[in-house]
Design a protein around this ligand. Sequence first.
Ligand code: SF4
Length: 135
Amino acid sequence: MKKNLTCIVCPLGCHLEIEVIHGEIIVKGNKCERGKSYAEEEIKSPKRVLTTTVKIKNGKYNVVPVKTTGPIPKDYLFELLKKLADIEIEAPVPQGFKVLEKVYQEVDVVTTRSMEKREITKNIKDIKNKASNPT
Ligand code: SF4
């Protein structure tokens, strides 16, 4: 089996050629050992950082962006997305708020921005002011 990959470990982005011969992983094109480790992990157990959004109640917006604090197995991404689709948190929340803990080993799902509460009182006052002063 042959596979071509771009190493994403550092900005150099080496072009990697990976070949598996009788269970042995042969990597070419890497300029350092980190590239070899990356290629081997991509073959044995590929992982990705998940970024998505979750619903938020009473927030300025209806959803808030979240991400995993580290890479998780690619095979688990869809299941985690389904779990997150069923979750609704409540505003206000700070950046880094834990939405789910330890989804994979020590990896959590956290908010990537803060979300303040929707300003309902101020909006009602504005509407009342406009109604009594229609010019
Ligand atoms: S192989 Fe090494 S030098 Fe090349 S992109 Fe990967 S980490 Fe960077």
